[in-house]
Design a protein around this ligand. Structure first.
Ligand SMILES: [Fe+2]
Ligand SMILES: [Fe+2]
Length: 251
């Protein structure tokens, strides 16, 4: 049995009878501002005698193979809605006849949002894929973070209507995003990243489901799958992939 010490359940989990065997502590980045930021640590003295912190495979999650591939993460770790958005976006790019680098960039552009974090997801996503893709692809993923806020009439891209709904009419991107946009628009790979934003906005149809197998060959050509598996290749980002394999490990 598993227990996450989120705020509503905190009192019960600390004061109730401990019939759980594994306790999951929420990562600090998600408890800031909540009571659990300080109180979930009250669980530590209650541990022992069959009640322990989560370590290793969480049986609620699909057990990953010893050498996980990008497709395994699509199938077994990513938020299905976001994975489908990525697949729809890649399909739009492919059907538009765009370069395969653009298609793989579309397939990966929100990978951090799918499996890791939402804040600054373009930067996280670029870092996650950097050892495995062409520099142009990771550059494009990194800069879609900024470009999506800024219109480019020359290619028919306007500020997304959805952002007015999501963030409010008065939302203004922060300076670091504006600066990143100014730099990106002068870069030789600008259009690769801009094409992500174009194929991004139309890729949210809940009735369209695309299978990752449709991109098996494209992934084979443009994503250098490590033979030891993502998370186990000693790359500078292997730990991030491992965190997605075992997201609830306590240490
Ligand atoms: Fe995005
Ligand atoms: Fe997106």
């Amino acid at each position: 049995m598993f227990e996450t010490l989120c705020s509503e359940r905190h009192a019960d989990s600390i004061n109730g009878d401990f019939n759980t065997s594994r306790i999951i502590l929420a990562p600090p980045i998600y408890t800031m501002g909540a009571d659990t930021h300080t109180t979930q640590w009250d669980a530590l003295p209650t541990l022992g005698s069959g009640r322990h912190l989560m370590m290793g495979d969480d049986p609620r999650l699909h057990k990953m193979p010893t050498a996980p591939t990008l497709v395994d993460f699509f199938r077994h770790r990513f938020v299905p809605m976001v994975a489908n958005h990525l697949l729809q976006s890649a399909r739009l790019a492919s059907r538009a006849g765009l370069d395969e680098k653009v298609v793989i960039a579309c397939l990966l552009h929100d990978i951090a949002m799918a499996g890791l974090v939402t804040a600054d997801h373009g930067y996280w996503g670029a870092q996650l894929i950097e050892p495995y893709v062409d520099d142009e692809v990771s550059w494009a993923v990194r800069h879609h973070q900024a470009l999506r806020y800024f219109p480019d009439k020359s290619v028919g891209y306007s500020y997304p209507d959805a952002y007015i709904q999501y963030f409010g009419e008065d939302y203004q991107p922060p300076d670091y995003i504006r600066q990143a946009y100014e730099q990106a628009r002068r870069h030789k790979w600008y259009m690769t990243s801009r094409l992500i934003t174009i194929n991004d906005v139309y890729a949210f149809d809940p009735d369209v489901v695309v299978d990752v197998d449709d991109f098996h060959d494209l992934i084979g050509r443009h994503f250098r799958q490590p033979k030891d598996g993502l998370g186990f290749d000693n790359s500078p980002v292997a730990h991030i992939w491992r965190t997605m394999i075992w997201p609830h490990n306590s240490l």
